[in-house]
Design a protein around this ligand. Structure first.
Ligand code: PBG
Ligand code: ZN
Length: 321
């Protein structure tokens, strides 16, 4: 192609470019810690104590990050996930601390129970008609309402319910509105696949399940029509932002969902991060080039936002350019 032969013209004709405001940085806050704890399966990532989270957020802000996604690891777990909606719970404390120093930082909270339940599932578990133990949809809805409302009370700008219950978005929307939080947005994990790429997240968030799996409430990776349908239903229930998770292996789905009309976030998950980190640490691939290629392709496919553990690295690399 004639136009790509001239190097100085290439930037003018570039179709997809990563900018800092595309990025959302996930952060793990652990109520049991006094000092940051490295996450072994995710080199460069840490669990932070509540007391240190505002400083971490400030560092990200100074690098140019304008949105964070908070996950909490509580002191106490129980089958009903009571610590998840405690007004003084780990996420609620962290939100208040970040907002106190950075009122303009967009604080997104993961609304789920798997870090807070002893069994590690994402909501209330009970016996199905078959006799199997599994996630109970309607009792879990009430729990999500309580978690989302408590996050909003602490000051969250956006709540991100992540467990794909039926009717979850409309239920949380109503609960937020009834509590006076009509300006709090819902970023639904609307299209979430049952993926092996969440492996490292279990160490990060301490949320491995003790029985069964998540295939009864997460999507089969081979199902494209169902994946779009799930996001469409959340849109109709009042979601403000949709999500595709994981990101890199699901670009066709991302492109489909971007046509629905709502903003779309893509979640480059823990396994995507760790695969790049591991190969780069071995000298098998170049980290920076691989990360930019991966994120650029996610953006090209239709993402408005990218949730990525590389957020801070990308800011540093962009500053170096
Ligand atoms: C659970 C949750 C998971 C992730 C985010 N929220 C794990 C799961 O659904 O099994 C995974 C994120 C990652 O792997 O980076 N609600
Ligand atoms: Zn969960």
């Amino acid at each position: 192609m004639r136009r790509s032969r001239k190097r100085n013209i290439q930037p003018l004709l570039r179709e997809s470019t990563i900018v800092k405001t595309d990025l959302v940085a996930p952060l793990f806050v652990d109520e049991n810690l006094a000092d940051p704890l490295p996450i072994m399966a995710m080199p460069g990532q840490f669990r932070y104590p509540v007391s240190g989270i505002a400083r971490v957020a400030e560092r990200l802000w100074n690098q140019g990050i304008r949105a964070i996604l908070l996950f909490g690891i509580p002191k106490n777990k129980d089958p009903g996930a009571r610590s998840a909606y405690d007004p003084d719970g780990v996420v609620q404390q962290a939100v208040r601390k970040v907002k106190a120093v950075l009122p303009a930082m967009v604080v997104i909270t993961d609304v789920c129970a798997c870090e807070y339940t002893t069994h590690g599932h994402c909501g209330i578990v009970g016996e199905m008609h078959s006799g199997d133990q599994d996630l109970l949809n309607d009792p879990s809805l009430e729990l999500m309402n309580q978690i989302a409302t408590s996050h909003a009370e602490a000051g969250a700008d956006i709540v991100a319910p992540s467990c794909m219950l039926d009717g979850m978005v409309s239920s949380i929307r109503r609960a937020l509105d009834d509590a006076g939080f009509s300006d709090v947005l819902i970023l639904s994990y609307s299209t979430k696949f049952a993926s092996a790429l969440y492996g490292p997240f279990r160490e990060a968030a301490g949320s491995g399940y003790s029985f069964g799996d998540r295939t009864t409430y997460q999507l089969n990776p081979g199902n494209r029509r169902e994946a779009v349908l799930e996001s469409r239903m959340d849109m109709e229930e009042g979601a403000d932002i949709l999500m595709v998770k994981p990101a890199g292996l699901y670009l066709d789905i991302l492109a489909d969902i971007a046509t629905l009309g709502l903003p779309v976030a893509a979640y480059q998950v823990s396994g995507e991060y760790s695969m790049i980190k591991a190969a780069a640490a071995n000298g098998w691939i170049k980290e920076r080039e691989t990360v930019f290629e991966s994120l650029t392709c996610i953006k090209r496919a239709g993402a408005d936002l990218i949730i990525t553990y590389f957020a801070a690295d990308v800011c540093r690399w962009l500053d170096e350019e």
